[in-house]
Design a protein around this ligand. Structure first.
Ligand SMILES: Cc1cc2nc3c(=O)[nH]c(=O)nc-3n(C[C@H](O)[C@H](O)[C@H](O)COP(=O)(O)OP(=O)(O)OC[C@H]3O[C@@H](n4cnc5c(N)ncnc54)[C@H](O)[C@@H]3O)c2cc1C
Length: 502
């Protein structure tokens, strides 16, 4: 099937892009992905699973309450309820596509427990291999879908608009630098997160927020860009990106120690299962004081339940059955993103966003574990219904297309984000980050610098501590919880020479 100008363009081949593309069938869809399909997507690396309030004694209302508690005042109640309520159908849909989820002896879906969930509700596959299994299932379904054309090895570099200002296509660039354009009736960005902007990250290195740069340059409203979740227990073996020791290990009893053998979480409410940001800061403080931190996972059943983690450790020369795992916090998930409404629509006509790149109002200031795969599945369906119900006839996309070069400052940006916009932030560090990243971004086309600057600028302006954002100089939450919104024009203006789409 060739690309037709009536197609919907979906950018990204993780759970968000693939689920949206499949839900849009039989509408023609062109899915554009910069890597080979199935590779370099965070989705494939998900270990814990998908949160779904489907067990006996559980309810979408309980799930929504847990989500709101984690979100620290910025999760929206109606969004949390709608997403929690969509879980049953989403899991059935994945089962219908052939996803081999783990099952209990009676044949029902096996449900795991994770921190801050009040019930067992984590649907998983192949133990801790959920992401890989789900991604393989979705890729197979996409390859078999007659209305879906997949273009691999092409990076979306610009959103193109028609004369009315509606997004009507994208410009793409292949690995050799060749440019092309695609027009479409709608564009859905599903480009994932931005952990790759940090030197210490669990994300694929290509996860540098490229969809955020595309949307920002097209004038879309971005929200809560400062809220980055740092996973407390990335495995510190010098690998880049860092392998993850899933939270479920602590759920099953693994304990944290510093190099003096002290269990430094023992006095903290919730201990090792305190919220992620609390555990991440406690580990950060130990490391800042010069003490290494390890996770002792020498427990019965580890090899069977956590095959993936054990394999990751062994591939890096560690045997978690014999010795504790060295760990450190790492950038893991971006709660902020392109502001969307209940149908996944961004503030610019013709543009939708799904998955980690979007800010739906679900996660607020902190994401509840295993809610992101669910969010992508729920919004994929709502976006497909919204686009399918719209009689859109955009005009010809217009605008000059310039090639994009890899950021020359990538290593500097990653080190700077770790040091100045990391787990513990304060005005002096953030001022320096904003100034330097602003200079790098103002030099023109550097998407990495632009997105990093947007995060640092938002972190500088949020003078409180809330969820994943901790300010040593403002350690308490403000009385009222407020979202932070921004557009590129409002914050940077054109004077700085930042490329924008008219
Ligand atoms: C190690 C790890 C474990 C996790 N565990 C869990 C878990 O257990 N449960 C849970 O709910 N969440 C988990 N998460 C978070 C979750 O995996 C992600 O939030 C989710 O998979 C994001 O899906 P996505 O489709 O939005 O992005 P991704 O899966 O990252 O896919 C993004 C896609 O966009 C493509 N792309 C990016 N930019 C462009 C561009 N400009 N042009 C073309 N293509 C582009 C990429 O190549 C990729 O195909 C985990 C994350 C990590 C890193």
């Amino acid at each position: 099937m060739g690309h037709s100008p009536d197609s919907v363009i979906v950018v990204g081949g993780g759970i968000a892009g693939l689920a949206t593309a499949l839900r849009l069938a039989p509408l023609p869809v062109t899915l554009v992905v910069m890597a080979p399909l199935g590779a370099e997507a965070a989705t494939g690396w998900a270990q814990g699973g998908i949160a779904a309030a489907i067990g006996a004694g559980d309810d979408a209302e309980f799930h929504a309450r847990d989500t709101l508690a984690a979100g620290a005042g910025l999760s929206e109640a109606d969004v949390a309820r709608n997403v929690a309520g969509a879980a049953g159908e989403a899991i059935d849909w994945l089962v219908g596509l052939g996803t081999p989820f783990d099952r209990a002896p009676d044949g029902s879906l096996a449900l795991g427990l994770e921190a801050a969930h009040s019930r067992r509700r984590i649907v998983h596959a192949a133990g801790d291999g959920t992401g890989r299994v789900v991604l393989e299932t979705l890729v197979a379904a996409a390859r078999a879908c007659p209305s879906l054309r997949v273009i691999e090895g092409q990076r979306a570099i610009t959103l193109l608009k028609d004369a009315t200002g509606r997004v009507a296509g994208i410009a793409v660039q292949d690995r050799e630098g060749r440019l092309g354009t695609l027009s479409g009736r709608a564009v859905v960005l599903a480009t994932g997160g931005l952990g790759g902007l940090y030197g210490s990250t669990t994300n694929p290195l290509g996860a540098t927020g490229s969809g955020l740069a595309l949307a920002a340059r097209a004038g879309a409203v971005l929200r809560d860009m400062e809220f980055v979740q740092f996973h407390p227990t990335a495995i510190a073996v010098g690998a880049d990106p860092m392998p993850l020791a899933t939270e479920a290990l602590r759920g099953e009893g693994a304990k944290l120690f510093n190099e003096r053998g002290e269990r430094f979480m023992s006095e903290v409410p919730g201990q090792e299962l305190a919220p992620r940001d609390v555990v991440a800061r406690a580990i950060f403080r130990e490391i800042a004081a010069g003490r290494r931190v390890v996770l002792d996972a020498r427990m019965d059943g580890v090899e069977e339940r956590f095959r993936g983690v054990v394999a990751l450790c062994r591939a890096n020369g560690l045997d978690p059955l014999r010795a504790p795992i060295p760990v450190r916090p790492a950038a893991h998930y971006h709660m902020g993103g392109i502001r969307v409404d209940g149908a996944g629509r961004a503030s610019v006509p013709g543009l939708w966003a799904c998955g980690e790149v979007a800010s739906t109002g679900l996660h607020g200031a902190n994401r509840l574990a295993s809610n992101s795969l669910l969010e992508a599945l729920a919004y994929a369906q709502w976006i497909a219904a919204d686009i399918g119900g719209e009689d859109a006839r955009p005009g010809r996309p217009d605008g000059a297309v310039m090639p994009v070069r890899p950021s020359p400052a990538r290593a500097e940006i990653r080190a700077l984000m770790d040091a100045k916009v990391g787990v513990v932030r304060e005005a002096g560090l953030l001022d320096a980050a904003v100034a330097r990243l602003g200079m790098l971004a103002a030099s023109g086309e550097d998407d990495l610098a632009l997105v990093a600057w947007l995060v640092a600028d938002a972190a500088r302006r949020r003078e409180e501590s809330r969820g994943g954002h901790f300010r040593a100089d403002h350690p308490l939450p403000a009385e009222t919880a407020r979202h932070g919104q921004t557009t590129l024009d409002e914050r940077f203006g054109n004077a700085a020479g930042i490329r924008q789409v008219a």
